[in-house]
Design a protein around this ligand. Structure first.
Ligand code: AMP
Ligand code: MG
Length: 410
């Protein structure tokens, strides 16, 4: 059976979800807290780095014009400059300075010859060296200001702060950085069949979604709060949602389909959440709903544990990254080849859990044996989601496929 044409394609659903969110207001936080967020303002360099031309090698600081053939060229060593020291003399014609990595280049010198391209002058002592190669000006010199020049924009607003960026800021003497505050995310499980892990109940299953989604939120840079488990009644779902104020994002799980006990959509409506869309052309995860009330975005995730994680990855994580200021929040993709056969009817895009391994210069994706969305086992040990496009119905071994690296793994 062909699926309902009214189902929203994944890309449209993501675009519409992202259109509801923007970077959160900025705060100045310690650098280690800023890791993984993006800059909320341009950051200008407060100092020039490196502050002086310095040597990139242990070797000899020379006047490069003197090193023309015939080699070797014999030079007098006038001083030794270690990192942290200041040169005392200018390098005059016929002389050089022994220099260590990171030490300031002395006046007169314009290049460094690495120690391995020199030897002590035969018969001479430590004060004479033979240079065995010619080098041009600037050779093995790290020029002043290569990393930063005082006053220039060092990192523009929107730059995602990874480890090198934070290192650059530390080098500027900064202890804090301006970044969007972390999104506050509420998580509500719904279902009469659920109990808490710390209160196991005969005849019920443990709520797996709230803890899994909390970890996913944490890993994505948000601050999760678990609201508990709502029973499958309109009143109880509404009561839990109405009590949850001040969140940037509210995630619900389950109760999103068209069953008689599926009250989440109705509860969201009663709460005044303006629905943007419901139902996406995707498997797993079709019964997804997204809406907004005031500054809070509501995302109703499907109940099946794997479906809720897949839709988290495709829709929620990008939204959290946008709130954290990232300019590019599309899920990353790599290309690989299918190791196996896949078949499906047209109509829904499938996101198949695969384990991808590098072999013979390519990433080979093997679908996990279990793909039912009810079984978390179909997510365990998956490294990627394989995108089996909506309009395609068959993929064979060796076919080129699009793979989305998962953020779930260890
Ligand atoms: P529903 O969307 O309410 O029809 O739920 C779909 C399936 O997911 C059912 O088998 C539920 O028992 C299961 N499910 C729903 N919520 C959770 C949860 N928090 N933890 C584990 N399984 C769940
Ligand atoms: Mg249910």
């Amino acid at each position: 059976m062909k699926e309902d044409a009214a189902l929203l394609p994944v890309e449209d659903a993501r675009a519409r979800t992202l259109a509801l969110v923007s970077p959160l207001p900025p705060e100045w936080v310690r650098l280690e807290e800023a890791l993984g967020r993006a800059l909320a303002e341009d950051v200008r360099a407060q100092r020039t780095l490196p502050p002086w031309d310095n040597s990139a090698m242990d070797g000899f600081a020379v006047r490069s014009a003197e090193l023309s053939a015939p080699l070797p060229v014999r030079l007098q060593v006038k001083e030794t400059i270690y990192a942290g020291q200041t040169p005392r003399q200018e390098v005059q014609p016929g002389t050089c300075a022994r220099i260590m990595t990171g030490a300031p280049l002395p006046a007169g010198a314009d290049a460094v010859v690495m120690r391995e391209r020199t030897r002590l002058a035969p018969g001479g002592d430590e004060d004479e060296v033979e240079i065995l190669e010619t080098v041009g000006p600037g050779h093995f010199v790290r020029p002043r200001g290569e990393d930063a020049r005082e006053g220039e924009v060092l990192l523009p607003r929107g730059t995602p702060l990874g480890i090198p960026e934070l290192g650059l800021l530390v080098g500027q003497g900064m202890l804090t950085a301006p970044v969007p505050r972390r999104p506050r995310v509420a998580i509500l499980s719904t279902g009469d069949e659920l109990c808490r892990a710390d209160a196991p109940t005969e005849g019920r299953i443990v709520d797996a979604n709230a803890p899994a989604l909390s970890l996913a939120v944490l890993r994505a840079g948000g601050v999760p709060s678990v609201l508990g488990i709502a029973r499958d009644t309109l009143e109880d779902v509404y009561r839990h949602l109405a009590a949850a104020g001040g969140y940037d994002l509210v995630l619900t799980s389950a109760g999103m389909s068209v069953g008689e006990h599926d009250f989440v959509r109705e509860a969201l409506e009663k709460l005044g959440v303006e629905r943007d869309f419901w139902r996406v052309a995707i498997k797993p995860g079709k019964p997804l709903a997204v809406g907004r009330k005031g500054a809070t975005v509501y995302i109703g995730l499907p109940g099946n544990p794997t479906s809720s994680l897949v839709t988290f990855e495709l829709f929620v994580r990008p939204a959290l990254r946008r709130m954290l200021g990232h300019p590019d929040v599309e899920p990353p993709r790599v290309s690989g080849r299918l190791d196996g056969e896949l078949k499906k009817p047209e109509g829904l895009a499938h996101y198949v859990r695969v384990t991808a391994t590098w072999q013979d210069g390519e990433l080979w994706a093997r679908p996990l044996a279990t793909q039912t969305s009810g079984a978390l086992r179909s997510a365990a040990s998956a490294t990627h989601l394989l995108h089996f496009p909506r309009s395609s119905s068959r993929l064979a071994t060796g076919d080129k496929v699009e793979l989305l690296p998962l953020s779930w793994g260890a």
